[in-house]
Ligand binder design. Structure first.
Ligand SMILES: Nc1nc2c(ncn2[C@@H]2O[C@H](COP(=O)(O)OP(=O)(O)O)[C@@H](O)[C@H]2O)c(=O)[nH]1
Ligand SMILES: [Mg+2]
Length: 239
């Protein structure tokens, strides 16, 4: 940021319960069009935000930084799984951190849902709260995407022993112990199934929480192509 730019507005750190002990980990790859609004919106309630920029070719990193996030940069594109690992490791360096929220940078996640999930973790006393777009009817993914996501859930429920309704939802709240123990080795999109398998392996307690994933023309044009589910299966089989 140049010295002539105004200092970023300081959000009220007490505005949401847990805001001083919760780090938002935000994977970032070529989202310059939207990431500034996403980070500003988030930081009105949760000031601790780390974006992991993963070799973006646009000005995503600069925009995220100007919006007030800490930005950690990978030297080249390593994948969303690798970015989450980097962001969680960063958050673990804060001794006061009690939980991490993984939150997308493309505007598909709602801060209200994250806040409700943080409250649920507290109320239920569980290690982890996972977002699910299939617990209510707010999210409309389209028939084919719905079928692929359902297939992913069946597969992950079988391999992990954890019974979920949505296995590939990027909105999660992970308590500190889960952050310390869950090993993410799948650099790319198979990390979502891997996280659920790790939850099963460590026997962490889990609650699901309904979330609204917002599908826009922007998110559809940029998001993971359905064909990528084939790559995910291959990644999982040959790890
Ligand atoms: N760091 C990093 N983030 C990524 C990568 N690919 C996607 N993302 C981010 O991860 C989030 C979800 O990715 P997206 O492609 O929208 O997946 P979808 O919503 O499941 O279709 C978004 O915030 C992206 O910016 C990547 O290779 N590296
Ligand atoms: Mg997306």
């Amino acid at each position: 940021m140049s010295t002539s730019d105004p200092a970023p507005e300081q959000p009220d750190a007490l505005s949401s319960p847990g805001s001083d002990t919760t780090w938002f980990v935000v994977p970032l790859f070529n989202e310059g069009q939207v990431v500034g609004d996403v980070i500003r919106d988030l930081r009105t309630r949760y000031p601790l935000v780390v974006c992991v920029d993963d070799g973006s070719e646009d000005d995503s990193a600069r925009i995220a930084e100007e919006a007030g996030a800490v930005v950690v940069r990978h030297p080249y594109n390593m994948g969303q799984g690798a970015a989450l690992k980097t962001g969680i490791d960063y958050a673990l360096r804060d001794a006061a951190m009690r939980q991490v929220v993984t939150f997308d940078s493309d505007g598909q996640h709602r801060v209200d849902d994250a806040a409700a999930m943080i409250a649920t973790r507290e109320e239920k006393g569980v290690d982890i709260v996972l977002g699910s777009r299939f617990l209510d009817d707010r999210t409309r993914p389209g028939l084919l995407k719905r079928a692929v996501l359902r297939g992913a859930v069946l597969y992950t429920n079988l391999t992990s022993g954890v019974k979920l309704t949505d296995a590939h939802n990027g909105l999660r709240v992970l308590g500190r112990e889960a952050c310390e123990k869950i090993a993410i080795e799948q650099n790319r999109m198979a990390h979502a199934s891997e996280i659920v398998e790790e939850i099963g392996r460590h026997r962490f307690t889990v609650a699901e929480h309904p979330v609204h994933i917002i599908y826009t023309d922007y998110s559809r044009s940029k998001g993971q192509p359905l064909l990528n589910s084939v790559n995910i299966v291959i990644d999982m089989l040959f790890r």
